[in-house]
Design a protein around this ligand. Sequence first.
Ligand SMILES: Nc1ncnc2c1ncn2[C@@H]1O[C@H](COP(=O)(O)OP(=O)(O)OP(=O)(O)O)[C@@H](O)[C@H]1O
Length: 323
Amino acid sequence: MTEPLLAVRGLTTEFPTRAGVVGAVREVSFDVNAGEIVGLVGESGSGKSVTGFSILGLIDPPGRIASGSVKLAGRELVGMAPRDLRAVRGREIAMVFQDPAATLNPVLRIGDQMALAIHAHERVSEAAARARVAEVLTLVGIPDAARRLDAYPHQFSGGMRQRVAIATALLNRPKLIICDEPTTALDVSVQAQILTEMRALARDTGTAMVWISHDLATVSALASRILVMYAGRVIEQGPIRSVLSEPRHPYTAGLLASLPARSEAGADLPQIPGAPPSMLALPKGCAFAPRCGFASPACEADPDPTLAADRLWRCHHPQGIAA
Ligand SMILES: Nc1ncnc2c1ncn2[C@@H]1O[C@H](COP(=O)(O)OP(=O)(O)OP(=O)(O)O)[C@@H](O)[C@H]1O
């Protein structure tokens, strides 16, 4: 078997707060292969972003990775010296955020600021850097890119600015891009265009992606594998088609049932009752049990992960499987 590009094992990230320790990410394990798009879904607060930041070594103290391992092409990133980690970030792993303002400097021309991101990692001439900038802007669907290098961010639409942020992530040909809700703020047609372009990008450049989103529909349009997070844990993972057609965890089944495409026109969308638990007062055992229609006394014990072929779930009452 070939080694995965990214191997996350038992990743546990905690934030000490005045009210207690928040276990934002709890024993998360998954692989990403070269060129693969893996979707990470779950409600707000489930630990998706903290998983992304932990992979990049971007957890600010007093937050910390309490245990676990993150290996990129076999190299351990947890505990790596900050200088070495900075070299990995941007060059081998890049990140794209929901808000392009997090990436773009409003007072610098697009071409100049993108060139700076190249110069931070590589000694190249100004002309070569500008040519690379124009190349990646074209890759993400910005027409007439060479002519637009001298524009400022405010001269671009929201969709264009997000494309620039994605192009910036691509500049140094990273092996992996972590995308945290990058299309959530955009309107639906622009979102669809960008998703199509991202799929082509992953295929043509071999760049792997972890695509974080609370929106299962977006992830299912893009990813080949999906991880579903709840209260800091991955409660289900597997190939997207198989998870969508036969969800094992009742939480995944609930998320699927609440997709507009799955219900009759005009009918109310079924919602998962209740709200996610406070991360400071997690229920004993399965954190989803208080909202789950299948909960039983067995759920007071934390379910171990069950592995079956290429699927995994953590549930005492998996759906579609005879008891
Ligand atoms: N710096 C921090 N200090 C304390 N708690 C934090 C910190 N950062 C995140 N958390 C907590 O960790 C948990 C996971 O947060 P995270 O941002 O990963 O969720 P998410 O699934 O990405 O949600 P969203 O979609 O809203 O971004 C939340 O309960 C959040 O409040």
